[in-house]
Design a protein around this ligand. Sequence first.
Ligand SMILES: Nc1nc2c(ncn2[C@@H]2O[C@H](COP(=O)(O)OP(=O)(O)OP(=O)(O)O)[C@@H](O)[C@H]2O)c(=O)[nH]1
Ligand SMILES: [Mg+2]
Length: 391
Amino acid sequence: MALKSEISQPNLHDYHNQALSKSRQIEAEACSSIDLDSNPFLILLMGSTGTGKSRFIGVLSGNDMGISKDQLEPYTQDVIAYKISNLTHFGAPIYLVDTPGFSDPKLSEMRIVTKLHSWMSINSVDYFHHLFYFHRITDPRLSGSNARTMEIFRSLTGNGTSETVTVVTTMWDTLWRPEQVRRAEARFNELQKEYFKDWVEEGSKFAKFMNTQQSVLSILAEHLKGSKPLDFNFERSQGAFPCHSLYADALQRNLLERISSLQKRLKSTTDDLQTALEDDESMDLQNILKRQKRVIIEDIQTTLQDMDDYGHGLDIDTYRADPEQIFSHLNTKYYPEIQEHLLAEATTYLLLLKVDDTADEQSKGVIWSRYCERMRFLHIYNPTSYPSLHM
Ligand SMILES: Nc1nc2c(ncn2[C@@H]2O[C@H](COP(=O)(O)OP(=O)(O)OP(=O)(O)O)[C@@H](O)[C@H]2O)c(=O)[nH]1
Ligand SMILES: [Mg+2]
């Protein structure tokens, strides 16, 4: 038996009974630090936004604690550890570590991974015993971004770690028509046989979360058996920037997809606004489009900052002082990726210059110099495709 209530019960059957009858005594309390001296049992919860990570903790606690969202907007913004009282794993206290969800339009995967990394550093945590990856069974299919987040999740822990992963499927309690249940069961099988095939072959298990405390306890009891501490790739990565990490490729793909989709949305919203102004549409419509455009521009600015922090946005002062720095700073193997990254940034800055008519002269100057900076770097990497700007 892997789990026991602190109050008593040495076997799984009794444990369940105990947990159910004493459910009010189990509580999840957010804590600002981890008591490492107690050899805690650490479980990391990850997955796309709105898949039920916070709900899982809330339900275990017997009350929601206001940590899961009731709207569709992404909710959890930071990595937060919850200590579970009156439940131990071989005597060790259990912590569930909640994370912001992937595929959040306001928070990139790069930022989430960075948040997790810094949370682990601050708390001197360099392992997790078990990982729960959340997935809504009601999602009709796995989108490209879902596949990308799975890739990021996997690359965080490296190969050969699937045994410590449980895919927790949620929303089962919302299905009540036999046809819905049948389709969900078919999807449950399909997920294991197709989308998560590699994980399953390497030992990952699947679980069904029924939105009750008993269900959480059963999942914990069943899936934590034999879990052992698992290192993360953070420690094995070299260098200060995410671009030097072992999960860099997946993060960069994700950032490029984000910026490209934002560029498209900015272009189409700008066109719609232009048409609305020309056709003298209602002020309400014009204001809605103006607000939409502002939100997209803000998201673009955040994503450009993320792209910079990723590590490929080079410091022009360093370059001016010593142009060769570029080549020593970056691994030549990644030249095509670096060019793609710089080009995406450059085209975005140019687009902002073109369409952001609310920007003042000073911020336009900053955007222009960032654009020029990227173009200079591109010229150094590839003089044929990117002629010098002569600036
Ligand atoms: N009925 C039911 N509702 C669920 C289930 N899982 C999640 N929800 C609801 O779906 C919404 C999103 O759930 P959260 O737990 O906040 O999702 P999350 O994964 O923490 O999302 P982020 O914090 O954005 O990453 C909330 O309203 C939950 O109550 C489930 O299995 N059944
Ligand atoms: Mg959450």
